[in-house]
Design a protein around this ligand. Sequence first.
Ligand code: HSE
Length: 431
Amino acid sequence: MKKVGIAIIGLGTIGTGLYKLIMQNGDLIRNKSGINITINKAVDINKAKKDELNIPNSVFTTSVDEALNSKEVDIVVELIGGTTTAKNVILKAIGKGKHIVTANKALLAQYKSEIVPLLVSKKLELGCEASVGGGIPIIKTLKEALVGNKIHKIIGILNGTSNFILTKMIKEGVSFKEALKTAQKLGFAETDPTLDISGGDAKHKITILSSLAFSTEVDINKVFVEGIEKIDKLDVSYAMELGFVLKLLAIAERVDDGIIVGVHPALVSEKNPLAAVNWEDNAIMVYSDFLGKSMYYGKGAGANPTSSAVVADIVDIALKIKSNYEYNPKVYSFFNNLKQLNFEESNYRYYFKFNVLDRPGILSKISGILGNHNISIASVIQKEVEEKNEYVPLIMLTHRALEKNVRNAFKEIVNLKEVKDKNAIIRVIDD
Ligand code: HSE
């Protein structure tokens, strides 16, 4: 039986889940993989964790250095989160010759280029399955199962909190604020939910996925992001009438001269399997040349799903380092040098809602502006409202158009004196 020693740094939600998983399913892991995972060190600043998890004295410590200095530790599992202490711990662990497993998407999305060269120079391994999609094995799928495929596009629902909020708005007709309040009450959203609802969390995740999918560096600073904070429940219900469901999507696409990566709310046809991914679930649709379309679905967060992914990384690394394997730095190097295009170069269909004065000639003014910007209208609906209301919502769906043109046209239209506030522009996925 091959034995691998690990140090768990951070016994928060995931660290606790991992400890429990190894205690509960250790035999199963040994039988399935031939790997005996020994937790040599479990580190947390909160001493109460020792009794809570019944951790032996020789294993529990509050000192990261004690864990990193332990000769028995082969793999350091960083589960602290954040980008400051966690980064120092990882760099120090690499310095001590330890392999790394982490769930830290923010750290990987922002500092991978600092961490990986050091790791490779020491011939060490890095596992990060849990950083994207929680328990869904999407990283391994991209790296191994789809190795024979050229990937064209990834569309992901990568943030459970936003998906929960949007599902609540869709199914119960409540406002964004009400849905967020429920998500917080049920523990799906943090007290400060900014990173989730602003699209920041999904941005970290799509940065990691797209660099793997396209084998190229992806600059997180060039990833477009728009959150769900401004979504109006009226748009959710108008979209439903048109046969669409609103989702926060993370999209990375190969285009002729490079890649475009972004996160934004989008209308998805109710026939698209992504439309059925509800509540806090995550899913990733991958478009590739030989396999075609494939979708990976499951729990994107939580102690159990995430520790399931962490343990898979530990076993994966153990199977390599405890055999006579040849180190392959190519796993960590990107051979493509694709240009990352500005999101304004992307091409979508669009949903517009304009609140306009109900007067003759307004529609032709708006369609004139769209025409001038090379945007072709696919359908128009004017919602009838009570007679005393001067303003009416005008809903438009366009054919595919260039984002740059759409932004310019939208700006011009909302500046018309006949157009009131609460207008909306939402991208439409027509796959
Ligand atoms: N906050 C994330 C989400 C989970 O809501 O999906 C951790 O990645």
